[in-house]
Design a protein around this ligand. Structure first.
Ligand SMILES: Cc1cc2nc3c(=O)[nH]c(=O)nc-3n(C[C@H](O)[C@H](O)[C@H](O)COP(=O)(O)OP(=O)(O)OC[C@H]3O[C@@H](n4cnc5c(N)ncnc54)[C@H](O)[C@@H]3O)c2cc1C
Length: 421
């Protein structure tokens, strides 16, 4: 049940790979220059930068971006300029070298203002972690530098039309091609599709024999055969461009192979899953906090004039429901903190906590925002407030893989001592 040592080795490993690369010197000078310009970031300054961006860039545009299904390039630019795209990259790459605690705090803060942007951010951080742990010799130093200096957005392209939410079992397969591989794959949802500068793509290894014998590749934008298939018009997270993508006989050079053949699945479990589940829980937490704040504001401002009281003063039932929302939100916050502690100091129960936290967060976000809809009545229903957007956005976490159902299945298997796969 323990996460492997890869969680501990991420930085040492990528630093070694980076130092052995040919363009090391030039990259090193540039990232040092950028670090001096940006100044050193710590947990507190990262959170205050996120808050400032959330208030200045995200909040004013969230309603309209949601309505139009418009991806916020302004938000990504602001996150890049603030150094937040390189949050977990080591300083040698121009990153802030911060950990899961700050990642969760930044993501929750962004989600309070706009969960679509927070999801874009979380996918990027997971992809960046994967690129950072690329196998020795991978030609990713330039891209890491671009991430570290805030000019590169990445994302995950795991889910396939053929295996749906079972992202651990891609049905596409890489075919060797002299200098690399050719990949043909139908990726069913890709957050930041057509907006990211690169995609971390899963596919079966050329000689893989089992359904999880996958390999991960980095596919930069502009590679021939890579295209976005249609637009994104979801119920929630409407501003995060989660469209399907197609890789049509895409030629990917060996230098962009991130894992050894057949090691993609393990990398997904070791590197991506913990941060993805933590980040999704942080998005849920931000949504719950926003729902509590919006509900409280409504209960204070909306009035029964004939009674001379606000809704909150007048109706104990509304106060009780607000209290339940607050209790659930604080409970989720404790869960997020608990998972952070587990990721900082992995131990026997860590994998279980990774699974539980996302499963619980999905349910809590749906429950808290549903209560907010009920408490705020017709005002929420008729879209006069942000609550219906929070309610719609809150439904994404539970259906994003690993889905809540799949997590519950894994948790029960773990409790029963059965193999997860
Ligand atoms: C907004 C959004 C953004 C996304 N972004 C990305 C992205 O950036 N990258 C990416 O790779 N994917 C992304 N996805 C895809 C996501 O991770 C899932 O793969 C997708 O939502 C699954 O939908 P489906 O219809 O294929 O589910 P299905 O697999 O068809 O599942 C249908 C139902 O069956 C349940 N189910 C499935 N298997 C089991 C099981 N073993 N036990 C119990 N119940 C089960 C599911 O929980 C679900 O309720 C995104 C999805 C959304 C909605």
């Amino acid at each position: 049940m323990q996460l492997t040592g890869a969680l501990f080795n991420v930085r040492d490993h990528c630093l070694a790979a980076f130092k052995s690369s040919a363009d090391c010197k030039q990259v090193y000078c540039e990232v040092l220059r950028q670090s001096l310009i940006k100044g050193v970031m710590n947990h507190e300054t990262a959170l205050s930068k996120a808050k400032e961006i959330a208030e200045r860039v995200l909040a004013p545009a969230a309603r309209q971006n949601d309505k139009e299904g418009r991806f916020s390039t302004e938000a990504v630019d602001a996150l890049g300029r603030a150094g937040l795209l390189g949050l977990m990259l080591p300083a040698e790459f121009g990153g802030a070298g911060l950990g899961s605690r700050t990642f969760a705090g930044v993501t929750a803060t962004l989600a309070e203002a706009d969960a679509s942007v927070a999801m874009v951010y979380l996918m990027h951080i997971c992809a960046a972690a994967m690129i950072t742990t690329a196998r020795p010799g991978a030609a990713v130093a330039q891209i890491l530098k671009e991430i570290g200096t805030g000019g590169h957005l990445s994302t995950l392209a795991f889910s396939e039309a053929g295996s749906r939410s079972h992202f651990w079992a891609p049905v596409s397969r890489a075919r060797p091609n002299g200098a690399g591989v050719r990949i043909t794959a139908k990726k069913s949802w890709v957050t930041s599709a057509g907006r990211a500068h690169s995609y971390v793509v899963s596919t079966l290894a050329p000689e893989g024999t089992g359904p999880t014998d996958s390999t991960l590749y980095l596919v930069p934008v502009g590679l021939r055969g890579l295209s976005v298939e249609g637009s994104w018009d979801g119920l929630g997270l409407r501003a995060n461009a989660s469209a399907p993508m197609m890789l049509d006989d895409c030629e990917v050079p060996f230098g962009l192979q991130l894992t050894d053949d057949g090691r993609g699945f393990q990398a997904m479990l070791d590197v991506v899953l913990p941060q993805f589940n933590l980040g999704t829980a942080a998005v849920a937490l931000g949504l719950c906090r926003a729902a509590v704040a919006a509900t409280a504001a409504h209960l204070k401002s909306a009035r029964f004039e004939h009674l001379g009281q606000s809704l909150g003063e007048s109706l104990p039932t509304l106060r009780a429901q607000l209290a339940a929302m607050q209790i659930d939100t604080d409970g989720l916050s404790v869960r997020v903190d608990d998972l952070v502690e587990h990721l900082e100091r992995p131990r026997d129960m860590t994998l279980l906590r990774v699974l539980e936290t996302k499963a619980a967060a999905g349910d809590i976000a749906i429950s808290v925002t549903s209560t907010a809809m009920r408490v705020c009545g017709g005002a929420a229903f008729s879209k006069r407030m942000n609550i219906e957007r929070l309610f719609r956005d809150a439904h994404a976490g539970a259906v994003m893989a690993p889905t809540g159902d799949v997590l519950r299945e894994f948790i029960a298997r773990a409790v029963l001592g059965m193999p997860l796969f």
